[in-house]
Design a protein around this ligand. Structure first.
Ligand SMILES: O=c1ccn([C@@H]2O[C@H](COP(=O)(O)OP(=O)(O)O[C@H]3O[C@H](CO)[C@@H](O)[C@H](O)[C@H]3O)[C@@H](O)[C@H]2O)c(=O)[nH]1
Ligand SMILES: [Mg+2]
Length: 215
């Protein structure tokens, strides 16, 4: 379990990752205001390990999730989250392997890099199957998320993954047997994004019959 401490909160004035903007416009002659957030597009990858018939997810501490689940206190005029009262697992999420589109390369190359960095599998580009794309946070950001499926084997595992250490990423790789995947994503006690739930349903709809017949 990650040890989280010294959590303070401030207004975000300038960020490499997000930019709040205010739009004013007219819709059918009615004046409107909408506050929106410019964020990076992203890629996510549902990884299926055919050697062991498991889905490969990542687990990590997400500050935004922690913030949403925690009680914020004020100490000497500073907003804080006391870790003694708000355990770090409030911010722990299970997710698909994913990354932001912040490089000028193809989406497939970014997906390939994330699978290697986060989960340690070296996946050939032609083993990345495009599932679909969708819009995230339509009320706030509307960024494009492109989803891939990757079939991997134990022989493709070249490292433990864990994320880019230099960027401070601390990611656990979690294998969930296919037989347990549906219960896992439907468990309300597990923090996870909706895209992960969709991807597991997609797997059962499009892939599992094919793999089950080979077991
Ligand atoms: O405020 C921030 C934001 C990001 N980072 C760094 O940037 C990295 C971004 O990691 P990356 O793996 O590229 O992106 P994710 O954080 O995994 O986010 C992706 O995966 C999420 C889960 O599917 C989606 O919600 C997001 O839209 C999508 O961009 C982080 O690890 C940090 O190193 C920071 O240091 N501070
Ligand atoms: Mg990531």
């Amino acid at each position: 379990m990650d040890k989280i401490s010294d959590v303070t909160i401030a207004d975000c004035e300038k960020s490499t990752y997000i930019k709040p903007l205010r739009l004013t416009y007219q819709q059918n002659g009615i004046k409107k205001i909408w506050d929106a957030m410019k964020v990076h597009d992203s890629v996510v990858i549902l990884i299926y390990n055919v050697t062991r018939h498991v889905l490969v997810f990542v687990k990590q501490f997400r500050p935004a999730v922690y913030l949403c689940s925690s009680k914020v206190s004020e100490v000497e005029g500073q907003r804080v989250i006391k870790h003694e009262e708000n355990p770090p697992n409030l911010g722990l999420t299970y997710e698909l392997c994913a990354g932001i589109v912040d490089k000028d390369t193809s989406l497939e190359q970014i997906a390939q890099g994330e699978v290697l960095e986060e989960c340690g599998y070296k996946v050939p580009l032609d083993k990345l199957e495009r599932m679909c794309s969708c819009r995230g946070g339509v009320g706030t950001s509307g960024a494009l998320q492109t989803m891939y499926f990757a079939e991997v084997t134990d022989a493709m595992r070249v490292s433990q993954g864990g994320g880019v250490k230099e960027e401070g990423e601390m990611i656990d790789v979690v294998d969930i047997p296919v037989s347990e995947a549906m219960d896992f994503v439907m468990d309300d006690n597990v923090n996870k994004p909706v895209g992960m739930m969709f991807a597991v349903l997609w797997f059962f709809q499009h892939k599992n019959k094919h793999y089950s017949s080979k077991i």
